[in-house]
Design a protein around this ligand. Structure first.
Ligand SMILES: Cc1cc2nc3c(=O)[nH]c(=O)nc-3n(C[C@H](O)[C@H](O)[C@H](O)COP(=O)(O)OP(=O)(O)OC[C@H]3O[C@@H](n4cnc5c(N)ncnc54)[C@H](O)[C@@H]3O)c2cc1C
Length: 403
């Protein structure tokens, strides 16, 4: 561990203080021996734990720790919104409570997360969502007003849809809750795990309408492609997620979802001075597509970006930066508070036939969604300690302990 303080030679701007940006910031500041000045810009002064936004929707109190405290004194925090980024000129325009200012940088890490895409069918204005805090808070008000016996539909059978429908149904057994999905409910899981998930939905009284494609939303119903209708006084859209427009507007190469396309070292393929991490970045996974939008990608990608920048500034390696080597292990999904499944996966994030269920897994899931934020604080105190399976850990040997 180095305690020497040197004049920073490089200024790294990190846009977004979610899981990926927060971890990148504390790890880089903690491991760069004072040679890197790290500034984080985030619109909210408190941390949003997106894993618990469906808990916000059902009215639970979800802790929102101070971003400034989480990042610690080695990182400068600026409350604001990066409205404009010019990677070639090396500056960003930040709008904040004190007005608009221009910030110069040597390198920038895009960690802007994801948000719900505009609902792709007519009537999208009748829907709610859980992808960001403002949407979850709006849903909370609407859900609290839902009359007993009214109909609620969650559209989308992915992980967010499954977890959201479970929480809503558990919180309001007096509301008729449906899960409407174009595929097979829990189809991604191994057969045994899928049975467990479906049994959990059944126990909560969730009616599953699967292989159903929604063609329009009205204020009291969903219209399906096959002409059928599903009653819905309150519709929660858990369909596609996309990156915010900043990457595209900055001229970076982006994919269809607006995520910055990166090489294996997480550098933008069009502007290598920009790195993109978490949901905002599209790095190619071993299966050829992008890594899933998850904490399983957000944390290691944030850590990897920090290590690449640190190695570059400290000239730890002469050659090209090591590519991200992330092996997926499994996914833990819950349907309400009493049904969780830990589905084991291949390194490529494909479900295997092994899955764990039971009280231990329920407890693990509760610990995961609550404890995930403290991982950023832990990484600030012990900046090189967080490792992940499959990673090249040879360069993290000099784990430092920060205050
Ligand atoms: C309801 C729900 C449940 C989920 N459950 C799970 C789960 O069980 N397991 C799992 O692995 N994943 C889960 N996810 C997905 C997971 O939350 C995301 O993959 C993860 O949060 C991505 O982290 P991130 O750091 O990339 O982005 P985020 O956590 O979204 O952080 C991005 C930050 O950037 C800020 N930002 C955006 N634009 C700008 C800008 N222009 N200027 C400044 N700041 C900006 C945002 O305000 C935000 O603070 C869930 C998601 C939801 C919505």
């Amino acid at each position: 561990m180095s305690t020497s303080h040197q004049t920073p030679s490089t200024h790294v701007l990190i846009v977004g203080a979610g899981f990926a940006g927060g971890l990148a910031a504390v790890r880089l500041a903690g491991r760069s021996r004072g040679r890197v000045r790290v500034t984080v810009v985030n619109p909210r002064p408190t941390f949003v734990n997106r894993l618990r936004l469906h808990h916000v929707a059902i009215g639970r109190q979800v802790p929102a720790p101070s971003v400034r405290t989480l990042l610690g004194s080695r990182v400068s925090f600026l409350k604001g919104w990066v409205a404009d980024l010019d990677p070639d000129a090396g500056h960003a325009t930040v709008s904040g409570p004190d007005g608009t200012r221009r910030i110069g940088f040597d390198r920038v890490v895009l960690a802007t997360g994801s948000t719900t895409e505009p609902v792709p069918v007519p009537g999208g204005e009748h829907t709610h969502g859980v992808a960001d805090l403002a949407a979850a808070e709006r849903l909370r008000s609407a859900f609290a007003r839902a009359a007993p016996g009214s109909a609620l539909a969650v559209v989308g059978g992915g992980f967010t849809g499954l977890e959201t429908v479970g929480e809503l149904a558990e919180a309001r057994p007096d509301v008729h809750v449906r899960l409407v999905t174009s595929g097979e409910a829990a189809g991604w899981f191994s057969p045994r795990a899928a049975r467990h998930v479906r049994a959990g939905l059944d126990r909560l009284g969730v009616e599953v309408v699967d292989r159903a494609r929604v063609r329009a939303v009205e204020h009291d119903r969903l219209l399906l492609d096959d002409g059928a209708e599903v009653p819905s006084d309150l519709t929660v859209w858990c369909g596609g997620l996309a990156a915010p427009p900043l990457a595209r507007e900055s001229g970076l190469a982006v994919d269809d979802a607006g995520a910055a396309v990166t090489d294996g070292a997480l550098r933008s393929v069009s502007h290598p001075q920009v790195m993109a991490v978490g949901d905002a970045g599209h790095a190619t996974a071993p299966h050829g597509g992008r890594y899933s939008m998850s904490c399983q990608f957000a944390f290691p990608s944030g850590a990897h970006a920090a290590d690449v920048l640190r190695d570059e500034v400290l000239r730890v390696t002469d050659g090209a930066p090591a590519p991200l080597d992330l092996g997926f292990q499994g996914r833990c999904v819950s349907v309400g508070g009493r049904t969780a499944v830990l589905q084991l996966t291949t390194r490529d994030d494909v479900a295997t036939d092994k899955a764990w269920t039971g009280p231990g897994v329920n407890a693990f899931k509760r610990f995961q969604v609550r404890g995930v934020v403290s991982a950023v604080g832990f990484a600030r105190r012990v900046p090189g300690a967080i490792r992940w399976p499959g990673a090249d850990t040879s360069r993290t040997a000099d784990v430092g302990v920060a205050g």
